[in-house]
Design a protein around this ligand. Structure first.
Ligand code: TYD
Ligand code: MG
Length: 467
């Protein structure tokens, strides 16, 4: 007799519980639990898979598969990487798609996920890929391929969203690359839950994972991101897949950023830049130039600094607007910066100068939609603030670098040589740097070519920049 059992899932993060909960212990969201009927082992038909156990889908497990063995007996096998030829994507992936890996590509609707995967497929050998689309009709995909100038003859296309159908097509055509557009439209028929629900997303992903690993197929999953920035069941998906890429950008602007937030085969926090044009996405290798384009020259409240994203140094502009406050507690607004860090930095500035920050509202902005997570731009943030308060542009058009401590000291920063190289490449010659980095830089030739000004206190920097 089949046992019917129900379980409760958090729709936000996939937390599983045997009873209903008001607040999710996993992600702290309220009223997010839904009841889902569970297919238990006993009720399962012989060839029907259960969660995470899709090996069984391969119509019966081969005997001896579960044999215990020493890890040394396992052939080490190299990671075979297939470069896609899309330079910025390869950079983010760490050199290319790893055979048999599973990549999750997340992003808001309309950001360009389908465009990117179609371009990836277009760059792969003809006949090696299968594109499963539950989002768009075959005609739509064909039209897009034509627009992108991709030869569609070598691309397998399957407008099916049922897992069994996908499995059948994979078995028949044996592709090397499988794209699922999107995970939210795919479903397993045996499971009583709507496509896109946590249960379905997790069942389908588990099934695809088995496919990827058992047959060495590289799977790219597309996942829509909700307004809150989550892929449905993000935690389940994120720990299941090898690589998580997020596609970001302002839809109205034409540049896009691809960020690796998890990568078992490369560096995380790697950033790739693209521009979206009439013929799809093009890699943008010179991102610093793009981030600084449109920077107002000779105005107050704007400075340039350098930040490291993954393995890549980037130049970016920090803008500040400091105005008298009409509030009892002055405002501290930050776009692209940590607000707590900003409050702390402004408190240091207040203590170490007589600029009277306690009565002023501060608005700080990192242009280009980037988020600074490191402290090397502290001094630049404060320099932008001082520039705005004094309504003076900086005397030198310089790259400003340095971490600021609570006593107003300017502390050394990491990877300074790479930052200088990137800035030099884009034509910058003047730098305000922490004195702590001087010994290190004296060993290099930068001092011969560039004007390096070293400071050890924030006031030294301000004396230099606003004489
Ligand atoms: P799409 O890849 O469909 O986004 P997603 O799959 O993430 O929902 O991209 C949609 C947008 O991209 C759409 O607004 C049109 C634009 N686009 C271009 O600007 N140029 C192009 O060559 C293509 C194919 C799309
Ligand atoms: Mg799409």
């Amino acid at each position: 007799m089949a046992r019917k059992k129900t379980n409760y899932f958090c729709t936000e993060c996939g937390w599983e519980s045997s009873g209903w909960l008001g607040k999710c212990p996993g992600c702290n969201s309220w009223n997010s639990f839904v009841e889902v009927e569970k297919v238990t082992g006993k009720s399962r038909k012989p060839d029907q898979p259960s969660r995470g156990n899709w090996a069984a889908t391969e119509r019966g497990r081969t005997a001896g598969q579960n044999k215990l063995m020493s890890l040394a007996e396992v052939a080490a096998g190299e990671n075979i990487r297939v470069p896609t030829g899309i330079t910025e994507l390869d950079r983010v992936l760490g050199g290319g798609l790893v055979k048999g890996s599973m990549v999750l590509l997340g992003g808001e609707p309309g950001i360009g996920k389908s465009t990117l995967v179609l371009q990836i497929i277009g760059s792969l050998p003809a006949g090696s890929s299968l594109y499963v689309s539950g989002e768009e009709s075959s005609a739509q995909v064909r039209m897009r391929a034509d627009r992108l100038g991709i030869d569609s003859s070598g691309i397998g296309f399957l407008p099916v969203t049922d897992f069994a159908g996908i499995l059948e097509a994979v078995t028949a055509s044996e592709p090397e690359f499988l794209v699922i557009d999107s995970i939210q439209t795919a479903y397993v028929d045996e499971i009583v839950a709507a496509p896109g629900s946590v249960t379905q997303v997790r069942e389908v992903a588990a099934g695809l994972l088995r496919l990827a690993k058992s047959r060495g197929i590289t799977v790219i999953l597309i996942g829509h991101v909700t307004k809150e920035g989550n892929i449905a069941g993000p935690r389940i998906l994120e720990h299941m897949v090898d690589t998580v890429l997020y596609f970001e950008g302002e839809k109205l602007q034409d540049y896009r950023m691809l960020r690796a937030v998890k990568n078992r085969f490369g560096a995380t926090d790697e950033l790739g830049f693209f521009t979206m044009g009439d013929q799809g996405l093009s890699s943008l290798e010179k991102a610093s130039e793009m981030l600084l384009s449109g920077r107002p020259l000779g105005v107050s409240g704007s400075v340039v600094t350098s930040t490291i994203e993954g393995t890549r140094p980037l130049l970016l502009e920090i803008q500040a607007l400091i105005v008298p406050s009409s509030f009892a507690a002055p405002l501290r607004m930050a776009q692209g910066l940590d607000r707590m860090r900003l409050s702390m930095l402004l408190a240091v500035l207040d203590k170490k100068t007589n600029l009277g920050l306690s009565g002023m509202d501060a608005y700080l902005n990192v242009t280009g939609g980037l988020r600074i997570t490191e402290t090397a731009s502290d001094l630049a943030v404060l320099s932008a603030a001082v520039s705005s308060i004094k309504d003076l542009r900086t005397y030198y058009d310089a790259i400003i670098l340095g971490e600021v401590g609570l006593t107003g000291e300017v502390r050394g920063i990491s990877q300074i040589e790479r930052r200088l190289s990137e800035a030099e490449r884009t034509g910058w010659t003047r730098f305000v740097l922490p004195a702590a980095n001087k010994t290190q830089l004296d060993k290099t030739k930068f001092g011969n070519r560039l004007e390096l000004y070293y400071v050890s206190q924030i006031n030294e920097a301000f004396d230099l920049l606003f004489p």
